[in-house]
Design a protein around this ligand. Sequence first.
Ligand SMILES: [Zn+2]
Length: 155
Amino acid sequence: MKCPFCNSADTQVMDTRANNEANSIRRRRKCLACDKRFTTYEKVELHMPRLVKKDGSRTDYARDKLAGSMLLALRKRPVATDAVDTALDRIEEKLRSLGEREVPTSRVGDLVMRELAKLDKIAYIRFASVYRSFETPDDFSVAAREIKQPRKRRK
Ligand SMILES: [Zn+2]
């Protein structure tokens, strides 16, 4: 960080404060060359990571699309739209907090499964059947068992 007065690179941070509403960090600095003080703001940016599909192609995260597949699984199920929105918020928050630039779509799928398991068991099985490409009736009973005994959280 260069001093805005004398351009010296020799500055010292005197105080650091988080500015939560603005998602920024405020730093009070002192220039060691000219002794002037100034304040800098660093924006904390938590981006949604891009998604890496099974075939290696990349795609942007799209809430609409994710909502679409969740709502499809939840079709005609007694689940409030608000609850779906909240679940989506939680998924997005988790994805952002990973701090990764890219995550595999399977990660998103797992997060959706976890949310659906809480929302509605039928929807969970419906989603799992598409997501994991169920082929045999056994796959369904495996998923049904998982609901009673959810899989251990993946890190
Ligand atoms: Zn200076």
